[in-house]
Design a protein around this ligand. Structure first.
Ligand SMILES: [Zn+2]
Length: 446
């Protein structure tokens, strides 16, 4: 018995087009997409959803999240954070390896896989972390199963730091998977921090974060990553770009190099530290308004290839302190699509470009099978959003375990109405419909 759901009279956004039509889900797949107001189904669907006034997009694919599982589950876990994802219209996430233990061995990868399979209400991919010593494992990774290699090039996150050029070269040579690189030069950061401590004391105020994790630190590291990508031909995706100068550099990079922008860097600038404090402390640091504006421009001129969140929940207690004391990272996945839609309203990009950056391109870059597009035969990962509604974010609407958001108090003009994951209506107007539903590991056509 097949269960068929028809979403009727909805504005469908897909592959550069925006049109009124209907979409038929048959169990877990998209069965038919028709254009126009009349839908000519031979047999009526089991359930009809009137999509009048709403937009239907492919489910968001967020290729950069930290769900804290295993080992850091007091901050969040695969269950709580995947619910936040579902409530935000996100149907696939790629989890990063800096949990405890780190996902840097075959055993830790299997363990993370088990956890995600048993706890995630959305689909998932797992990234494998490169270290100074596991390069030999990289070439043996199962390319259909592992989402990507995550490389921390001189970052402070855990002890996964690889900053010796010879070791980095080995990682680039050995990886047959896309490398997602966090680029910040640790030597420059250490020097800046030393100077800042001398001037401002042992825990400089948050306003100094972009001076310590400076533009130069980002630029030097990204330059090195681009050089290694050119030398080896490795597929490099530079994570969370934060400066205009890096963006400029990436314009002339080869076809094997792309860049990711994260929602936090697109929404905030250094002017916001006064208001939000350490809630918007993240690495790389949120930089100047000019940097933010350059990143926004990059969304439409092709220099930014994909948009992710770097969703990284912390308890508010972890966020106390300054540049040294406060943890870096913010929870944002539940409001990433809505935030990007607010940029659509502001004229920064159009909704078809949003879908390209958050759905199509992530699927293309990582060769995700049968997802990321609204196509007949593809998996029915969908999000239905409604425009022209005004609502204010209060903590009681937050699904993330940490129960705060840098966007609290903000009024949104869009609402996620429903999220379908593999055809299953996992989220419906404010509620996770079935906490027992589990997403699937995505497959990679490599
Ligand atoms: Zn991250």
């Amino acid at each position: 018995m097949h269960f068929r759901t028809e979403i009727r009279n909805v504005t469908i956004v897909n592959e550069g087009r925006t049109f009124l039509g209907s979409l038929l889900i048959d169990d877990d797949r998209i069965d038919r997409i028709t254009e126009g107001e009349v839908c000519d189904l031979r047999t009526p669907a089991d359930k009809v959803i009137d999509g009048t006034g709403c937009f239907l997009l492919p489910g968001i694919i967020d290729t950069h999240v930290h769900f804290r599982d295993p080992g850091l589950t007091r901050k969040g876990d695969f269950f709580s954070e995947s619910k936040a994802a579902a409530a935000g219209g996100v149907t696939t996430v790629f989890d990063m390896p800096n949990c405890v233990p780190q996902t840097t061995t075959a055993e830790a990868f299997r363990e993370k896989w088990k956890i995600a399979s048993s706890k995630s209400v959305v689909n998932f991919g797992i990234c494998f972390g490169a270290t100074q010593s596991n390069a030999s494992e990289l070439s043996r990774l199962d390319r259909r199963k592992v989402a990507a290699v995550k490389l921390f090039m001189g970052s402070s996150t855990g002890n996964m730091l690889v900053d010796d050029e010879a070791d980095l070269l080995t990682v680039f040579e050995q990886s047959r998977l896309p490398i997602i690189a966090h680029c910040e030069d640790s030597t420059i950061i250490a020097e800046n921090l030393k100077a800042a401590k001398k001037t401002y004391g042992p825990d400089p105020a948050i306003i100094h974060h972009p001076e310590i994790r400076s533009e130069e630190a980002c630029l030097r590291s990204t330059e090195l990553a681009l050089k290694l990508a050119k030398q080896t031909g490795a597929r490099l995706h530079v994570a969370h770009l934060s400066t205009a100068v890096e963006l400029e550099l990436l314009r002339s990079a080869g076809e094997n190099v792309t860049a990711e922008a994260c929602v936090g860097h697109l929404l905030f600038s250094s002017e916001d530290y006064a208001r939000f404090g350490t809630r918007i402390k993240v690495n790389p640091a949120i930089k100047s308004p000019a940097d933010r504006d350059a990143l926004r421009k990059g969304l439409t001129d092709g220099s930014i290839f994909s948009v992710a969140t770097d969703h990284a929940p912390h308890t508010l207690a972890d966020k106390v302190g300054g540049c040294v004391g406060a943890a870096s990272g913010m929870p944002i996945i539940q409001f990433s699509l809505l935030s990007m839609l607010s940029l659509v309203d502001a004229g920064v990009l159009d909704i078809a470009q949003l879908v390209k950056l958050m759905c199509h391109h992530p699927a293309d870059l990582f060769s995700i099978e049968n997802r990321g597009y609204l196509r007949e035969g593809y998996m029915a990962d969908l999000v239905l959003v409604r425009p022209h509604v005004a609502w204010t974010l209060t903590p009681n609407k937050i699904q993330s375990n940490c129960n705060w958001s840098p966007l609290e108090g903000q009024t949104f003009r869009w609402k996620v109405e429903r999220t379908f994951c593999n055809g299953f209506p996992i989220y419906n107007r404010g509620h996770i419909t079935d906490e027992k539903y589990r997403g699937r590991p995505v497959c990679f056509a490599r």
